[in-house]
Ligand binder design. Structure first.
Ligand SMILES: [Fe+2]
Length: 208
């Protein structure tokens, strides 16, 4: 969800979004296009690597996050991320990843992803992957693993998504990123703006 007036990308966490019933069925993902399947599955992975690298940790969230990352490794480093076993594992990873993030915060990737969604209209999961790909300096080990996973599955990322943007659009990208103070504080501390200056944020977007 995006609030276009405030330029804020929103989540769906509230007491009113707790469901009475939930359907978990790996048959439902059997015909999803491969790239979309990868990007969407990586959302669970990215949530959890961000939570595990943050400072707002707790034992329950950590346990959910670790198992989610384990399952994502089994799926995305395997020969076929979409066979029956892999789709079942990714289904569980998605569920546990949701449980993990309900008890913790994301980090640097999601705020940059939010900028891409708010300003350029990119969908959440592909925007996450583009953001992680450009944020290797913050998540070196996870970035390496992400690249291994993409290679193993033959998945390609869109490139040049910020090519030819105006100064106004870069200003909007910075604003839509640094507004996410909670996750950025979780990842970098309360003075995250000394690390993520306007110039550095723009440079990162330009590299996408
Ligand atoms: Fe997400």
């Amino acid at each position: 969800m995006t609030n276009t007036e405030s330029g804020l990308k929103l989540g769906m966490n509230s007491d009113f979004t707790v469901f009475d019933q939930m359907v978990l069925d790996p048959e439902l993902t059997a015909t999803v296009p491969r790239d979309q399947y990868f990007y969407t599955g990586m959302d669970a992975y990215i949530h959890c690597i961000e939570a595990l690298a943050g400072s707002y940790r707790n034992a329950v969230g950590d346990a959910y996050s670790r198992e989610t990352v384990n399952l994502c490794r089994q799926v995305f480093l395997a020969d076929d991320m979409m066979n029956d076993e892999s789709r079942e594992r990714l289904m569980v990873a998605s569920y546990l990843g949701g449980c993990a993030i309900a008890t913790s915060y994301v980090g640097v990737v999601h705020p940059f992803s939010a900028g891409l969604s708010v300003v350029l209209g990119l969908h959440h999961c592909v925007a996450n992957c583009i953001a992680l790909n450009a944020l290797g300096e913050f998540y070196p080990t996870e970035h390496r693993e992400f690249c291994q996973m993409m290679n193993a599955q033959g998945v390609k990322l869109p490139t040049g998504v910020c090519a030819g943007l105006t100064d106004e659009q870069f200003t909007a990208l910075v604003a839509a990123t640094v507004v996410h103070a909670k996750p950025l504080t979780n990842a970098l501390g309360a003075d995250f703006r000394t690390v993520l200056t306007d110039e550095r944020v723009v440079d990162i977007f330009r590299s996408m």
